[in-house]
Design a binder for this molecule. Sequence first.
Ligand code: OOG
Ligand code: MG
Length: 262
Amino acid sequence: MQLDQSTIAALAEHLENAELNVQAVSKITDRYPDMDWEDAYAIQDAIRARKAARGIPVSALKMGLTSPGKIKQMGVKEPIYGFLNEQHRYETDSTIDTASLIHPKVEAEIGFVLKRPLKGPGCHIGDVLAATDYVVATVEVIDSRYENFKFDLKSVIADNTSAARYIVGDTYRQVAGLDLRNLGIVMRKNGSVATVASGAAVLGHPAASVAMLANMLSARGREIPAGVLIMTGGATEAVAVEKGDRVVVDFQWLGSVSMEFA
Ligand code: OOG
Ligand code: MG
């Protein structure tokens, strides 16, 4: 750790205020170039604690930067994790308030829910599939609190990995017999195809993203609890949206997720 506790608390407040005030800020590594990974996750944890203290529970865990599309778009190469809150969960066919977001983008993600907790290290795809209760189609709305959506890895980890909203489909499937690598995903914006992907875009197999999360959490003495939605990361590059847009994502045999930005 390079930062002291009061700096971590101040940066958490600064970034959460940027979210709550819908106001972009400059990336924090400009001011704290020596901050390290532990500092970055400590700031994220402090944001999580601020929300918990106001009675806002975590409802989903997320991985980010797990596909070639995302890595190429953002120019940052390593998978990262963050969290999502219950108040930011929407069901498919919902309307999202665009004015409460700075510069939103949408990402198609495969979601997992476990029937038992998963603890690393050494977790692999087989462990994840054996522990999975069901998979579900999801869309994440990301919204970096940084100006122009530009950041480095430490800044984006501290900013809770741009987490903002998520929309969950209504088709739940058990994994036995499913070929998640060959799950075709088609994202349409206002009727035109915006981007396409396959499940394999996410670290070769979306379950590998869940395994990686368990292994990353174990380094900090944590595990993935049962029953919590895990978003495995955008399978494609993220697509910018604005007021008036309608997005529909078809997940081949996993239903579709749609939303309108108002
Ligand atoms: C960071 C969050 C990435 C994903 O699914 O890859 C993410 C960002 O691109 O702003 O949520
Ligand atoms: Mg995402």
